[in-house]
Design a protein around this ligand. Structure first.
Ligand code: NJP
Length: 235
């Protein structure tokens, strides 16, 4: 088993939802976490609770992505794990989407993943080890009405990470992708924590536990993909 103690992990979208749960669980396992998001107050609170580092950043901005890695290396002197979790989604008929809303999803979900991987890779390659985990979606693999923009962005995020796995495995770097179904978070301005959603949704900590499982696999094992649904969800 790969022990997470003192491993340094960047987690994007750590201010709430799934990212917050991942940062929390990795810290409990002894990892040093770098919490990344745009909302300063929430991020500082998570960083304090996890005894980690907060780096305010927009994942869609290349300078911010480079700065996240630079801050990590200057603070901790190493980088082992990169969790590309930050994401946004909204749902509508294609004809009702503005091009700005289309861009917001692609900039965050696809370009955000690309930019952070690009920033981290020189370091991971140099040390000949590292683990990149993407939080994609079950809609990376199916389409649905009102899901043109979000679904396309998640298909694209999946494609980026799937191809990247093939590019970097020879350098000792693992790439894993998690495909969740419904998760009880603030996603798309939802209100989490209702009794009903406890029955119909996964909890953020369910995804964090999947991340832990993937990271703790022995060095010779890479979990390429993991899809999780609530038992009640048809998909
Ligand atoms: O959503 P939410 P989730 N730069 O809204 C951050 C995928 N997923 O935890 O910047 C930096 O509670 C935002 O922080 P802030 C989904 O596609 C979900 O559910 O402060 N950070 C916040 O921390 C996404 O990839 C479900 O606003 C940015 C976080 O992202 C991932 O799960 C189902 C940012 C979003 O927290 C986490 O989403 C599924 C930016 N530009 C896949 N933009 C689901 N919930 O049902 C956003 O299949 N963030």
């Amino acid at each position: 088993m790969n022990d997470l103690t003192n491993q340094v992990a960047i987690v994007t979208g750590a201010s709430r939802g799934i990212g917050r749960a991942i940062a929390t669980l990795l810290a409990v396992q002894g990892a040093k976490v770098v919490c990344v998001a745009r909302s300063e107050d929430e991020l500082l609170e998570v960083a304090q609770k996890t005894n980690g580092l907060a780096v305010i950043a927009d994942v869609a901005d290349e300078a911010d992505a480079q700065n996240v890695v630079a801050e990590t290396l200057s603070h901790y002197g190493r980088l082992d794990i990169v969790v590309c979790n930050a994401g946004v989604g909204s749902f509508n008929l294609l004809e009702n989407f503005s091009s700005e809303e289309w861009d917001r999803m692609f900039d965050t979900n696809v370009k955000g993943t690309f930019l952070l991987c690009k920033a981290a890779l020189p370091h991971l390659k140099e040390q000949r080890r590292g683990h990149i985990i993407g939080i994609a979606s079950d809609v990376s693999k199916r389409t649905f009405v009102h899901g043109t923009a979000y679904g396309a962005s998640k298909y694209a995020q999946h494609a980026v990470l799937d191809a990247l796995r093939k590019e970097v495995r020879g350098h000792g770097i693992k790439v894993s992708v998690i495909y969740p179904g419904l998760v009880d978070t603030h996603f798309n301005e939802a209100k989490p924590g209702t009794a009903e959603k406890e029955k119909t949704h996964l909890q953020p900590m369910d995804i964090a536990q999947a991340v832990r499982y993937i990271l703790e696999a022995p060095p010779h094992v890479v979990v390429d993909e993991l899809m999780l649904h609530p038992l009640t969800q048809e998909w």
